[in-house]
Design a protein around this ligand. Structure first.
Ligand code: FNR
Length: 348
Protein backbone atom coordinates (compact mmCIF):
# COMPACT_ATOMS: atom_id res chain seq x y z
CA UNK A 1 0.00 0.00 0.00
CA UNK A 2 1.56 3.33 -1.06
CA UNK A 3 1.33 5.82 1.79
CA UNK A 4 1.17 9.22 0.15
CA UNK A 5 -0.59 11.46 2.64
CA UNK A 6 -1.78 11.33 6.24
CA UNK A 7 -5.29 10.17 5.30
CA UNK A 8 -3.74 6.96 3.95
CA UNK A 9 -2.51 6.22 7.49
CA UNK A 10 -5.91 7.10 8.88
CA UNK A 11 -7.59 4.65 6.48
CA UNK A 12 -5.09 1.96 7.43
CA UNK A 13 -5.60 2.50 11.16
CA UNK A 14 -9.37 2.45 10.77
CA UNK A 15 -9.21 -0.82 8.85
CA UNK A 16 -6.73 -2.70 11.04
CA UNK A 17 -7.05 -1.42 14.62
CA UNK A 18 -9.57 -3.13 16.89
CA UNK A 19 -12.75 -1.04 16.76
CA UNK A 20 -12.57 -0.10 20.43
CA UNK A 21 -9.05 1.36 19.96
CA UNK A 22 -9.92 3.13 16.72
CA UNK A 23 -13.01 4.65 18.33
CA UNK A 24 -10.98 5.83 21.33
CA UNK A 25 -8.41 7.54 19.12
CA UNK A 26 -11.01 9.07 16.81
CA UNK A 27 -13.42 10.22 19.51
CA UNK A 28 -14.50 13.80 19.89
CA UNK A 29 -16.88 15.09 22.55
CA UNK A 30 -20.66 15.00 22.01
CA UNK A 31 -21.38 15.19 18.28
CA UNK A 32 -17.76 15.94 17.42
CA UNK A 33 -18.42 19.36 15.92
CA UNK A 34 -15.26 20.94 17.37
CA UNK A 35 -13.15 17.93 16.36
CA UNK A 36 -14.37 18.30 12.78
CA UNK A 37 -14.16 22.09 12.83
CA UNK A 38 -10.45 21.87 13.65
CA UNK A 39 -9.97 20.41 10.18
CA UNK A 40 -12.62 22.35 8.25
CA UNK A 41 -11.32 25.70 9.45
CA UNK A 42 -8.15 25.32 7.39
CA UNK A 43 -10.27 25.35 4.24
CA UNK A 44 -11.42 28.89 5.02
CA UNK A 45 -7.86 30.17 5.00
CA UNK A 46 -6.17 30.82 1.69
CA UNK A 47 -2.60 31.65 0.78
CA UNK A 48 -1.33 34.83 -0.78
CA UNK A 49 1.67 33.15 -2.40
CA UNK A 50 4.62 35.17 -3.67
CA UNK A 51 6.55 34.32 -6.82
CA UNK A 52 10.12 34.49 -8.15
CA UNK A 53 11.79 34.48 -4.75
CA UNK A 54 14.66 31.94 -5.12
CA UNK A 55 13.51 28.88 -3.23
CA UNK A 56 16.42 26.73 -4.36
CA UNK A 57 17.82 26.47 -0.81
CA UNK A 58 15.18 25.73 1.80
CA UNK A 59 15.67 26.03 5.57
CA UNK A 60 12.76 24.56 7.49
CA UNK A 61 14.41 24.28 10.91
CA UNK A 62 13.11 26.14 13.93
CA UNK A 63 13.75 26.37 17.67
CA UNK A 64 11.47 25.53 20.58
CA UNK A 65 12.55 27.41 23.69
CA UNK A 66 16.07 27.47 22.31
CA UNK A 67 16.30 23.85 21.15
CA UNK A 68 16.55 23.30 17.42
CA UNK A 69 14.18 20.89 15.69
CA UNK A 70 14.34 19.80 12.05
CA UNK A 71 10.95 21.26 11.12
CA UNK A 72 8.09 22.90 13.03
CA UNK A 73 6.02 19.79 13.77
CA UNK A 74 6.22 17.90 17.06
CA UNK A 75 4.21 15.09 18.63
CA UNK A 76 1.34 16.09 20.92
CA UNK A 77 0.76 14.14 24.12
CA UNK A 78 -1.68 11.28 23.64
CA UNK A 79 -2.30 8.40 26.00
CA UNK A 80 -2.20 4.64 25.58
CA UNK A 81 0.22 4.17 22.66
CA UNK A 82 0.29 0.42 23.24
CA UNK A 83 -3.23 0.36 21.85
CA UNK A 84 -1.61 1.30 18.53
CA UNK A 85 1.67 -0.64 18.69
CA UNK A 86 3.10 -3.15 21.20
CA UNK A 87 6.20 -1.06 22.01
CA UNK A 88 3.96 1.93 22.68
CA UNK A 89 5.60 5.21 23.66
CA UNK A 90 9.09 3.75 23.27
CA UNK A 91 8.48 3.63 19.51
CA UNK A 92 7.12 7.17 19.56
CA UNK A 93 10.21 8.43 21.36
CA UNK A 94 12.52 6.72 18.86
CA UNK A 95 10.64 8.09 15.85
CA UNK A 96 10.72 11.64 17.22
CA UNK A 97 14.45 11.30 17.87
CA UNK A 98 15.09 9.94 14.38
CA UNK A 99 13.24 12.89 12.87
CA UNK A 100 14.88 15.33 15.27
CA UNK A 101 11.70 16.77 16.69
CA UNK A 102 9.99 17.21 20.03
CA UNK A 103 7.87 14.50 21.66
CA UNK A 104 5.52 15.40 24.49
CA UNK A 105 5.01 12.25 26.56
CA UNK A 106 1.60 11.96 28.25
CA UNK A 107 0.90 11.30 31.92
CA UNK A 108 -1.28 8.49 30.50
CA UNK A 109 1.59 6.66 28.83
CA UNK A 110 1.63 2.89 28.77
CA UNK A 111 5.43 2.96 29.25
CA UNK A 112 7.21 4.52 32.21
CA UNK A 113 8.98 7.85 31.88
CA UNK A 114 12.20 5.93 32.47
CA UNK A 115 11.46 3.60 29.53
CA UNK A 116 10.55 6.53 27.28
CA UNK A 117 13.68 8.41 28.17
CA UNK A 118 15.90 5.34 27.72
CA UNK A 119 14.37 4.60 24.30
CA UNK A 120 15.74 7.90 22.98
CA UNK A 121 18.33 9.04 25.51
CA UNK A 122 19.37 12.13 23.57
CA UNK A 123 15.85 12.87 22.30
CA UNK A 124 14.09 16.18 22.79
CA UNK A 125 11.20 15.36 25.14
CA UNK A 126 8.71 17.32 27.17
CA UNK A 127 6.49 15.75 29.83
CA UNK A 128 2.74 16.45 29.88
CA UNK A 129 1.14 16.61 33.31
CA UNK A 130 -2.40 16.12 34.50
CA UNK A 131 -2.57 17.24 38.11
CA UNK A 132 -3.65 14.41 40.39
CA UNK A 133 -5.84 14.91 43.47
CA UNK A 134 -2.96 13.52 45.47
CA UNK A 135 -0.39 16.23 44.80
CA UNK A 136 2.46 13.98 45.91
CA UNK A 137 1.78 11.80 42.85
CA UNK A 138 2.15 14.79 40.52
CA UNK A 139 5.16 16.10 42.37
CA UNK A 140 6.86 12.74 41.97
CA UNK A 141 6.14 12.69 38.20
CA UNK A 142 7.44 16.21 37.67
CA UNK A 143 10.63 15.57 39.60
CA UNK A 144 11.22 12.22 37.88
CA UNK A 145 10.76 13.87 34.49
CA UNK A 146 13.24 16.60 35.30
CA UNK A 147 15.80 14.13 36.67
CA UNK A 148 15.46 12.01 33.53
CA UNK A 149 16.28 14.93 31.25
CA UNK A 150 12.84 15.90 29.96
CA UNK A 151 13.27 19.51 28.87
CA UNK A 152 9.83 21.00 29.42
CA UNK A 153 6.71 20.52 31.51
CA UNK A 154 3.40 20.78 29.66
CA UNK A 155 0.44 21.41 31.95
CA UNK A 156 -2.84 20.41 30.31
CA UNK A 157 -5.47 22.88 31.42
CA UNK A 158 -8.58 21.71 29.60
CA UNK A 159 -9.43 18.49 31.40
CA UNK A 160 -10.91 19.12 34.85
CA UNK A 161 -13.21 16.27 33.84
CA UNK A 162 -13.13 14.02 30.80
CA UNK A 163 -15.37 15.16 27.93
CA UNK A 164 -18.34 13.00 26.96
CA UNK A 165 -17.16 10.70 24.20
CA UNK A 166 -20.12 8.72 23.06
CA UNK A 167 -18.39 5.81 21.33
CA UNK A 168 -16.19 5.15 24.36
CA UNK A 169 -19.31 4.95 26.51
CA UNK A 170 -21.04 2.67 24.01
CA UNK A 171 -17.95 0.44 23.78
CA UNK A 172 -17.39 0.42 27.55
CA UNK A 173 -13.83 1.52 26.74
CA UNK A 174 -11.12 0.48 29.15
CA UNK A 175 -7.51 -0.55 28.74
CA UNK A 176 -6.95 -4.24 28.08
CA UNK A 177 -5.73 -5.97 31.26
CA UNK A 178 -2.13 -6.35 30.04
CA UNK A 179 -1.74 -2.59 29.52
CA UNK A 180 -1.17 -0.26 32.41
CA UNK A 181 -0.90 3.44 32.99
CA UNK A 182 2.64 2.74 34.04
CA UNK A 183 3.36 6.14 35.54
CA UNK A 184 0.38 6.03 37.82
CA UNK A 185 0.44 2.45 38.98
CA UNK A 186 -0.84 2.20 42.48
CA UNK A 187 -2.05 5.77 42.33
CA UNK A 188 -4.83 5.43 39.87
CA UNK A 189 -7.81 3.31 39.11
CA UNK A 190 -7.24 2.44 35.48
CA UNK A 191 -9.29 4.46 33.06
CA UNK A 192 -11.43 6.22 35.59
CA UNK A 193 -10.06 9.69 35.24
CA UNK A 194 -11.78 10.62 38.47
CA UNK A 195 -8.53 11.06 40.34
CA UNK A 196 -7.70 14.15 38.32
CA UNK A 197 -8.07 17.29 40.33
CA UNK A 198 -10.87 19.54 39.03
CA UNK A 199 -10.02 22.22 41.60
CA UNK A 200 -6.82 23.26 39.79
CA UNK A 201 -6.46 27.04 39.25
CA UNK A 202 -3.89 29.48 37.92
CA UNK A 203 -2.30 29.55 41.37
CA UNK A 204 -1.17 25.96 40.88
CA UNK A 205 1.30 27.22 38.31
CA UNK A 206 3.19 28.81 41.21
CA UNK A 207 3.12 25.42 42.96
CA UNK A 208 4.54 23.74 39.84
CA UNK A 209 7.14 26.48 39.56
CA UNK A 210 8.27 25.67 43.10
CA UNK A 211 8.81 22.01 42.13
CA UNK A 212 10.91 22.33 39.01
CA UNK A 213 13.32 24.44 37.03
CA UNK A 214 11.85 23.18 33.76
CA UNK A 215 10.09 25.63 31.49
CA UNK A 216 6.31 25.39 31.91
CA UNK A 217 4.12 25.27 28.82
CA UNK A 218 0.38 25.49 29.26
CA UNK A 219 -1.81 23.47 26.91
CA UNK A 220 -5.47 24.07 26.13
CA UNK A 221 -5.66 27.87 25.85
CA UNK A 222 -8.27 29.27 23.47
CA UNK A 223 -8.88 32.90 24.47
CA UNK A 224 -6.97 36.14 24.78
CA UNK A 225 -8.01 36.41 28.44
CA UNK A 226 -6.42 33.09 29.36
CA UNK A 227 -3.40 33.83 27.19
CA UNK A 228 -2.84 37.02 29.18
CA UNK A 229 -3.21 35.10 32.47
CA UNK A 230 -0.75 32.48 31.26
CA UNK A 231 1.86 35.12 30.49
CA UNK A 232 1.23 36.85 33.82
CA UNK A 233 1.70 33.57 35.69
CA UNK A 234 5.12 33.17 34.16
CA UNK A 235 4.73 30.28 31.72
CA UNK A 236 7.27 30.00 28.91
CA UNK A 237 4.92 28.70 26.24
CA UNK A 238 1.26 28.30 25.30
CA UNK A 239 -0.26 25.51 23.24
CA UNK A 240 -3.49 26.66 21.63
CA UNK A 241 -5.49 23.45 21.80
CA UNK A 242 -8.99 22.11 22.31
CA UNK A 243 -7.73 18.61 23.05
CA UNK A 244 -8.53 17.50 19.51
CA UNK A 245 -12.20 18.36 20.13
CA UNK A 246 -12.45 15.76 22.90
CA UNK A 247 -13.42 18.13 25.72
CA UNK A 248 -15.89 21.00 25.29
CA UNK A 249 -17.82 20.55 22.07
CA UNK A 250 -18.83 23.80 20.41
CA UNK A 251 -15.59 25.66 21.02
CA UNK A 252 -13.57 27.24 18.24
CA UNK A 253 -11.23 25.53 15.82
CA UNK A 254 -7.73 25.98 17.15
CA UNK A 255 -6.53 27.76 14.00
CA UNK A 256 -9.24 30.39 14.58
CA UNK A 257 -8.42 30.77 18.28
CA UNK A 258 -4.73 31.11 17.45
CA UNK A 259 -5.26 34.57 16.02
CA UNK A 260 -6.52 36.15 19.25
CA UNK A 261 -4.00 34.32 21.41
CA UNK A 262 -1.08 35.48 19.27
CA UNK A 263 -2.42 39.02 19.32
CA UNK A 264 -2.73 39.00 23.11
CA UNK A 265 0.68 37.47 23.72
CA UNK A 266 2.56 39.97 21.55
CA UNK A 267 5.65 37.78 21.38
CA UNK A 268 6.15 37.62 25.16
CA UNK A 269 6.10 33.79 25.17
CA UNK A 270 6.17 31.17 22.43
CA UNK A 271 2.80 30.10 21.04
CA UNK A 272 2.19 26.67 19.53
CA UNK A 273 -0.93 24.96 18.21
CA UNK A 274 -2.39 21.49 17.88
CA UNK A 275 -5.62 20.15 16.38
CA UNK A 276 -6.52 19.26 12.82
CA UNK A 277 -3.06 19.38 11.26
CA UNK A 278 -3.29 16.91 8.40
CA UNK A 279 -1.13 18.44 5.62
CA UNK A 280 2.06 20.42 5.24
CA UNK A 281 0.04 23.39 4.05
CA UNK A 282 -1.89 23.35 7.37
CA UNK A 283 1.44 23.75 9.15
CA UNK A 284 2.30 26.68 6.91
CA UNK A 285 -1.05 28.36 7.65
CA UNK A 286 -0.56 27.95 11.40
CA UNK A 287 2.93 29.44 11.23
CA UNK A 288 1.67 32.30 9.06
CA UNK A 289 -0.88 33.08 11.79
CA UNK A 290 1.81 33.18 14.46
CA UNK A 291 2.38 29.65 15.78
CA UNK A 292 6.03 28.84 16.27
CA UNK A 293 5.41 25.12 15.87
CA UNK A 294 2.49 22.71 15.65
CA UNK A 295 1.92 19.30 17.18
CA UNK A 296 0.09 16.26 15.82
CA UNK A 297 -2.05 13.95 17.95
CA UNK A 298 -4.08 11.40 16.00
CA UNK A 299 -1.83 11.28 12.91
CA UNK A 300 1.03 10.11 15.14
CA UNK A 301 -1.19 7.29 16.44
CA UNK A 302 -2.10 6.29 12.87
CA UNK A 303 1.61 6.14 12.01
CA UNK A 304 2.25 3.91 15.03
CA UNK A 305 -0.68 1.69 14.09
CA UNK A 306 0.75 1.32 10.58
CA UNK A 307 4.32 0.26 11.46
CA UNK A 308 5.37 1.46 14.89
CA UNK A 309 8.44 3.68 14.94
CA UNK A 310 8.89 3.36 11.17
CA UNK A 311 5.27 4.25 10.48
CA UNK A 312 5.45 7.34 12.66
CA UNK A 313 8.63 8.39 10.91
CA UNK A 314 6.78 7.99 7.60
CA UNK A 315 4.02 10.29 8.86
CA UNK A 316 6.53 12.90 10.00
CA UNK A 317 8.54 12.66 6.78
CA UNK A 318 5.45 13.14 4.64
CA UNK A 319 4.44 16.19 6.66
CA UNK A 320 7.97 17.52 6.44
CA UNK A 321 8.10 17.10 2.65
CA UNK A 322 4.67 18.66 2.21
CA UNK A 323 5.60 21.57 4.46
CA UNK A 324 8.83 22.24 2.59
CA UNK A 325 7.01 22.12 -0.75
CA UNK A 326 4.18 24.41 0.43
CA UNK A 327 6.72 26.90 1.74
CA UNK A 328 8.59 26.92 -1.57
CA UNK A 329 5.41 27.28 -3.60
CA UNK A 330 4.35 30.17 -1.39
CA UNK A 331 7.71 31.86 -1.94
CA UNK A 332 9.37 31.31 1.48
CA UNK A 333 12.89 29.90 1.59
CA UNK A 334 13.15 29.89 5.37
CA UNK A 335 10.78 29.71 8.33
CA UNK A 336 11.68 33.29 9.23
CA UNK A 337 10.07 34.50 5.99
CA UNK A 338 6.66 33.09 6.96
CA UNK A 339 4.30 35.78 8.21
CA UNK A 340 0.75 37.05 8.42
CA UNK A 341 1.02 38.49 4.89
CA UNK A 342 0.97 34.94 3.57
CA UNK A 343 -2.68 34.14 4.34
CA UNK A 344 -6.16 35.57 4.13
CA UNK A 345 -9.45 34.34 5.57
CA UNK A 346 -12.00 33.58 2.85
CA UNK A 347 -15.07 35.83 2.85
CA UNK A 348 -17.49 32.88 2.96
C1 FNR B 1 -5.29 13.21 23.30
N1 FNR B 1 -4.89 14.42 23.85
C2 FNR B 1 -4.22 14.44 25.05
N2 FNR B 1 -3.77 15.60 25.57
C3 FNR B 1 -3.07 15.63 26.72
O1 FNR B 1 -2.66 16.72 27.14
N3 FNR B 1 -2.83 14.47 27.40
C4 FNR B 1 -3.26 13.27 26.97
O2 FNR B 1 -3.01 12.24 27.59
C5 FNR B 1 -4.01 13.24 25.77
N4 FNR B 1 -4.50 12.05 25.30
C6 FNR B 1 -5.10 12.01 24.05
C7 FNR B 1 -5.47 10.78 23.53
C8 FNR B 1 -6.01 10.73 22.24
C9 FNR B 1 -6.38 9.40 21.68
C10 FNR B 1 -6.18 11.91 21.49
C11 FNR B 1 -6.73 11.88 20.08
C12 FNR B 1 -5.83 13.13 22.02
C13 FNR B 1 -5.01 15.66 23.06
C14 FNR B 1 -3.80 15.85 22.14
O3 FNR B 1 -2.66 16.22 22.89
C15 FNR B 1 -4.00 16.95 21.09
O4 FNR B 1 -4.47 18.10 21.73
C16 FNR B 1 -4.97 16.57 19.97
O5 FNR B 1 -4.87 15.20 19.65
C17 FNR B 1 -4.66 17.39 18.73
O6 FNR B 1 -5.57 17.15 17.73
P1 FNR B 1 -5.30 16.15 16.48
O7 FNR B 1 -3.87 16.35 16.00
O8 FNR B 1 -5.53 14.77 17.00
O9 FNR B 1 -6.32 16.59 15.49
Amino acid sequence: MAMVCLSDFEAYAKKYLPKIAWDFFAAGADDCSTRDENILAYKRIHFRPRMLRDVSMMDIRTKLLGTEISFPVGIAPTGFHQLAWPDGEKSTARAARAMNTCYIASTYSTCTLEEISAAAPDGFQWFQLYIHRNRAVSQNLVQRAEALGFQGLVLTADLPYTGKRRDDIRNGFRLPPHMKLKNLEGAFEVCKMSLLDPSVTWNDIYWLRSLTHLPIIIKGILTKEDAELAVRHGVQGIIVSNHGGRQLDGGPATIDALVEVVEAVQGRVEVYLDGGIRKGSDVLKALALGARCVFIGRPALWGLAYKGEEGLQDVLRILQDEFRLSMALAGCASVSEIGRHLVQFSKL
